[in-house]
Design a binder for this molecule. Structure first.
Ligand SMILES: Cc1ncc(COP(=O)(O)O)c(C=O)c1O
Length: 384
């Protein structure tokens, strides 16, 4: 395999032709984005401040102010380990390309956000799968990880809270994961894109402070609600940063100084930005769980513990991808077919939008499941 053979990104393929026209978008892994004006007003950024930004290239690893703001929250005292990039997507690409050599074994989750597996695969890695089993409600089982680690394992790539299932690790499991990775002498690639959206407790800690070979990734696209700003980052061992810069010089060179400025101010006021987002996500999760309970028998929903995606099974729907297509074309409701995550009997639902859009979308979704599912729920009237 070469990069030229990289698999199509199924999720992006699905969304690109539907995202801009859907009436009810309940597909996304992020929150409803705000406007530039809303962001400026809430953070006290005046227009003169933006007008003064020169359109120069930024430093290869990001502006000092932005790296400082990221480090202050996620890697105290280690701005030298921070690289700011175009979303977590670019960090992931650079880090995986810097680390992986043909023949390396890389452990990835299944289901998985595809960047976390397909890039390594295209670079010649042999993928070993740490399965999150549907029959366990996708609750991670560390024994299954232990079983796929070998002396050739170069890296374990994980994402908790997890897209699409919303599952996560307990604190005990987190400690055990770090111990396992450490004892195998491999790298941990920790995608923490949803870490700030932990619903039932504190966010899991940053592994980079504890493990020399850990790399951590995150973004303003999810919990911060700023996907179009295209700012993410990684915290990496200092020896890897020049490797990533070497690749970046052929890709994006640097991040926009306008985006960097807005990102830095956002991170400097992170708690203020995140508080209402957490509240919205928590409230919407309750709404989603209530909807699933009202539709039990046809909807099986493992409870998401973090992030704003859920991965329900549509019981008795024969072709879920065709179902999703019709749901969008005829009802205007956008979800993601589970095919994009190698689970064709499920869908990904995003609950980071407004409660009213989520309710309207879920009602139309349930009505269509009732019509299409072969399952009859006792006591319910036949659909006419
Ligand atoms: C787990 C995970 N990592 C990384 C990304 C990339 O996010 P971005 O490039 O917008 O920062 C996403 C986006 O959906 C994601 O779900």
């Amino acid at each position: 395999m070469t990069l030229h053979d990289i698999a199509p990104a199924l999720l992006e393929d699905w969304l690109r032709n539907r995202y801009f026209s859907a009436r009810y978008d309940i597909s996304s892994s992020g929150l409803t984005p705000c406007t530039l004006g809303e962001l400026r007003r809430s953070l006290g950024i005046d227009s003169a401040e933006l007008d003064a930004i020169p359109f120069r290239d930024s430093p290869s690893t990001g502006s000092e102010r932005l790296r400082g703001a990221i480090a202050a929250r996620y890697a105290p005292g280690h701005a030298d380990r921070v690289m700011a990039t175009h979303g977590a997507s670019e960090s992931l690409f650079l880090a995986i390309a810097a680390l992986v050599k043909p023949g390396d074994e890389i452990v990835t989750l299944r289901p998985v956000y595809q960047s976390l597996s397909s890039i390594a695969e295209a670079l010649g890695a042999r993928l070993r799968t740490w399965e999150l089993r549907a029959e366990d409600g996708f609750v991670p089982d560390l024994e299954l990880l232990r079983a796929v680690l070998t002396p050739r394992t170069r890296a374990v790539v994980v994402n908790f809270p997890h897209n699409p299932t919303g599952t996560t690790l307990s604190r005990t499991q987190y400690d055990e994961l770090l111990r396992l990775v450490d004892s195998h002498g491999c790298h941990l690639l920790w995608d923490a894109s949803f870490a700030e959206l932990a619903h039932d407790g504190d966010p899991l800690p940053e592994p980079t402070g504890r493990l020399e070979r850990a790399l951590s990734f995150s973004t303003l696209s999810k919990a911060y609600g700023l996907p179009g700003l295209r700012v993410g980052w990684c915290v990496a061992p200092p020896r890897l940063i020049p490797e990533m810069v070497r690749l970046r010089d052929y890709l994006t060179i640097s991040t926009s100084p306008v985006a960097e400025h807005l990102a830095a101010v956002t991170l400097e006021q992170a708690d203020k930005v995140l508080a209402p987002h957490r509240e919205l996500a928590f409230g919407n999760r309750a709404l989603l769980l209530d909807w699933a309970a009202r539709n039990s028998g046809r909807i099986e929903l493992p409870t998401p513990l973090g992030g704003v995606t859920a991965f329900p099974r549509l019981v008795g729907v024969p072709d879920v991808t065709a179902f999703c297509d019709a749901l969008e074309a005829e009802d205007g409701v956008l979800v993601v077919p589970g095919d994009c995550f190698d689970h064709p009997d499920r869908i990904r639902v995003g609950f980071g939008g407004s409660a009213s859009e989520l309710s309207a979308g879920l009602d139309l979704l349930a009505a269509r499941v009732r019509r299409m599912s072969g399952v009859r729920v006792p006591g319910e009237q036949e659909a006419v």
